[in-house]
Design a protein around this ligand. Structure first.
Ligand SMILES: *Cc1c(COP(=O)(O)O)cnc(C)c1O
Length: 361
């Protein structure tokens, strides 16, 4: 069986066409069962005893995150998501509160940065929103901020940022690099040894909702910044299930998954290239599985999304400009299939988009 066939066979069948992994992937039977088994174990032995018994699974999850972020020494903590991880990190930071990020930075991240009193400046990008590494190097050298934050792959556009090259620049300049890997983990290579990397469970890793992870170089934050978390109530079943999902990703082969997702993105953009009324935003061969479409006839992606679900059982995302308020000019419809998408699925999507346009959804 191919990776795509194994991935599809490992989970319940979709009720329609699910091309929405950038929002929330479909969990496997094993991941769903892991959460249910943990809840059952809590009922049998008690929630706190069950949590202790689950420690080895959680340790394996943390070790896998160290491997995927290229930081074998990292302190890894589970969070409730990516936003929570960024907030913990910035709240715990003891240095000067200046930070450089992309103009296409994720809107909710900008709010977390502002709420933590950070003064933001922007890194240079090209017309697609991709970081221009040599210009960024010059800017960082001449006036280094206290921290650099890079969203390695955005929510609003499937453009892969030059993470490895930029990590080398940050190391050279001596500025700590924080990576938002919400869309990048399990999708593009994040093993660059950034000073901190955080991500969400439910996206490309296909874990449950409501859980995330933060991996931090020891010494970046004072010890109490993360230690407090141990005493905060948590959904242990979700952490266990996330750990199982990461394990499934490792056993599927991260490189195989990345290659397949790049192929899926190319296939999606080729199939959507000629759909009347829509324009594909990303370069056709961008090595990610996130494709965004802009309506050339002024259709509202939020209404189109609802129409596609209600009338055709096709699940996509409407991306409002608040996702990247300093970069997006118009809202977009996001198509984000996982490794198992078939040409038939994409044909259903194309036909559905055509019908949505005709009905002026
Ligand atoms: C989804 C997303 C987040 C927020 O993740 P949560 O787990 O919902 O907090 C942050 N950054 C990017 C790029 C995202 O796509």
């Amino acid at each position: 069986m191919s990776l795509a066939e194994r991935w599809r066979a490992a989970r319940p069948s979709a009720a329609g066409v699910h091309v929405d992994s950038a929002a929330c992937s479909r969990q496997s039977f094993a991941v769903i069962d892991a959460a249910a088994s943990h809840a059952r174990h809590e009922a049998e032995v008690g929630g706190y005893v069950a949590a202790e018994a689950a420690a080895p699974v959680l340790d394996a999850g943390r070790a896998a995150v160290r491997a995927l972020t290229g930081r074998t020494d990292a302190d890894v903590v589970f969070t409730t998501g990516s936003g929570h991880a960024l907030d913990l990190l910035l709240a715990g930071w003891r240095g000067e509160r200046t930070l450089a990020c992309l103009p296409g930075e994720y809107g909710p991240n900008l709010m977390i940065m502002a709420a933590n009193g950070f003064e933001m400046r922007h890194l240079p990008v090209d017309a697609t929103g991709r970081l221009v590494v040599d210009e960024a190097a010059t800017a960082l050298e001449s006036d280094p901020p206290a921290l650099v934050h890079l969203t390695a792959l955005g929510s609003h556009r499937g453009v892969r940022q030059p993470l490895a090259e930029f990590a080398a620049v940050c190391r050279q300049v001596g500025v700590p690099l924080i990576v938002d890997a919400a869309q990048a983990l399990g999708h593009v290579d994040c093993a660059v040894g950034a000073d901190a990397t955080y991500s969400s469970s439910r996206k490309w890793m296909a874990g449950p909702r409501g859980v995330g992870v933060l991996a931090v170089r020891p010494g970046l934050l004072p010890p109490e910044a993360l230690g407090r978390l141990d005493h905060v109530e948590a959904n242990v079943a979700a952490r266990v299930a996330f750990s199982v999902a990461i394990g499934e990703h490792l056993s599927a082969g991260p490189e195989l998954v990345r290659t397949r997702l790049a192929t899926v993105g190319r296939l999606t953009r080729e199939t959507l290239a000629d759909v009347p009324g829509w324009r594909v935003v990303e370069p056709a061969d961008e090595p990610t599985a996130i494709t965004t479409l802009e309506s050339v006839d002024g259709l509202d992606p939020h209404r189109v999304r609802l129409w596609l679900i209600a009338e055709r059982g096709v699940v996509t995302t409407a991306v409002g400009i608040e996702r990247a308020p300093l970069e997006l000019r118009v809202p977009a419809l996001r198509i984000s299939p996982h490794v198992d998408v078939t040409p038939d699925d994409l044909d259903v999507l194309v036909a559905a988009l055509g019908a949505a346009s005709l009905s002026r959804a």
